[in-house]
Design a protein around this ligand. Structure first.
Ligand SMILES: [Zn+2]
Length: 400
């Protein structure tokens, strides 16, 4: 039926009327509807669908046995995200299976299409939640202690969806069944558009981390408190945001520092805030570069916050070291695709979490705008179909 038609089937699920684009977060109504869509789509291809203890969905072509070739991505989004980040990989995987079935292909290794839970970390703050739990990279107790922005705990959300939170955690048995994992994903930059090429493989995911910066000051009246008597955490934090930007610019070599999320207490128009929080995202070419950029930023932040008479608390929410994908598998796929470039990416993926445990590779599909995590994200119809055809070629080669 084609990748575009599959994406069109979910085109109305989880639209965000305020931000534009899509807001699809773990186990919310949109996510549950997408999971239903995946189940129905996979079952219509004769696949056997199961949900593991970490809410990842697996659709099996053939018996769920050893040395399986898995492909897939995620269906959740960032707030106000695009239509392709995640769903393109899932729709392409289903389409690749459909193409192989139509040509009468019979796999000699099991093929699995997987949907990983909460890849974006938009609800519980842990990117790649489902894959991290599966490989044992996150502590289940830590995950269960998390809450979303509305204060709904992980356990409450899980239970409300009819799931048992005590089942989350490492799944070595399932992991051991995987012989390869290939994630197809829309490119999150303009490298392919600049090269005039529709597809690439991924060489590596550059390291990245997330930190929560909490600045505590003194809440007070906006009208009666003299300017010199204030300890305003928003003013302090504003300077910290600029310092983060300037430190990354000075570091060069592709370093990136971003504050894209803020929270203010009590968040009143005529109130000097008592607390301001920012989430700092840092990426750079090497683990040490990320740590150095963080240290430099925080050293400056301490001074700026102290100068405002406020205090700074820093909590690390996640850190992902550099991930190199399986060179042999990547080269093999590059050959199957007729010689495509292997490009590094600054975005995290479930493929990066699986890579240390399973031979893993990625296929990128050209994004004409280069925009990602925003409604402007794009992919041309012909490139989407080329991606599914490439994935089908890869599965045929690996599973026969
Ligand atoms: Zn993604």
């Amino acid at each position: 039926m084609g990748v575009r038609a599959r994406l069109d089937e979910i085109g109305d699920i989880g639209r965000d009327p305020v931000r534009g684009g899509y807001s699809r977060h773990l186990l919310d109504d949109a996510d549950l509807a997408l999971r239903d869509w995946f189940r129905r789509s996979a079952e219509s291809l004769g696949l056997f669908v199961e949900q593991d203890g970490n809410a990842n969905l697996w659709a099996w072509w053939g018996e769920p046995g050893m040395d399986a070739v898995a492909t897939g991505s995620h269906l959740d989004s960032v707030p106000g995200g695009g239509a392709y980040d995640g769903p393109l990989g899932v729709a392409s995987a289903l389409e690749a299976v459909a193409r192989l079935q139509a040509e009468g292909f019979r796999p000699t290794r099991p093929i699995a299409v997987v949907v990983f839970a909460e890849e974006e970390g938009s609800r519980f703050g842990l990117p790649c939640l489902g894959s991290r739990l599966m490989v044992g990279a996150s502590d289940p107790a830590d995950v269960r202690a998390r809450a979303d922005r509305e204060g709904v705990t992980f356990d409450q959300a899980w239970t409300a969806a009819g799931l048992d939170p005590s089942t989350i955690g490492p799944d070595p048995e399932r992991l051991g069944r995987l012989g390869a994992f290939i994630e197809l994903h829309v490119e999150q930059g303009v490298d392919l558009e600049d090269r005039g090429m529709p597809l690439a493989t991924a060489s590596a995911i550059i390291p990245h981390g997330r930190w929560r910066l909490t600045v505590d000051g003194e809440g007070n009246h906006a009208g009666t408190t003299p300017m010199v008597a204030r300890h305003d955490p928003i003013v302090a934090l504003a300077e910290v945001v600029l310092a983060a930007r300037d430190t990354a610019v000075a570091a060069g070599r592709g370093a990136r520092a971003t504050v894209g999320r803020l929270a203010v207490t009590p968040n009143g128009t005529n109130v000097i805030a008592s607390r301001a929080e920012a989430w700092l995202d840092i990426r750079a070419g090497a683990d040490d570069d990320v740590r150095t950029l963080l240290a430099d930023t925080l050293a400056r932040a301490e001074e700026l916050v102290a100068a405002e008479g406020c205090t700074l608390t820093v909590a690390e929410e996640s850190f992902s070291s550099i991930v190199a994908f399986d060179a042999g598998l990547t080269e093999r796929i590059g050959g199957i695709l007729g010689g495509v470039p292997a490009i590094p990416t600054g975005a995290g993926h479930d493929a990066g979490i699986l890579a240390p445990s399973v031979p893993t590779a990625m296929i990128f599909v050209r994004n004409p705008t280069g925009v990602s995590h925003a409604p402007g994200e794009g992919a041309r119809d012909e490139d989407c179909e080329a991606g599914a055809a490439a994935l089908a070629d890869t599965l045929r080669e690996l599973a026969s």
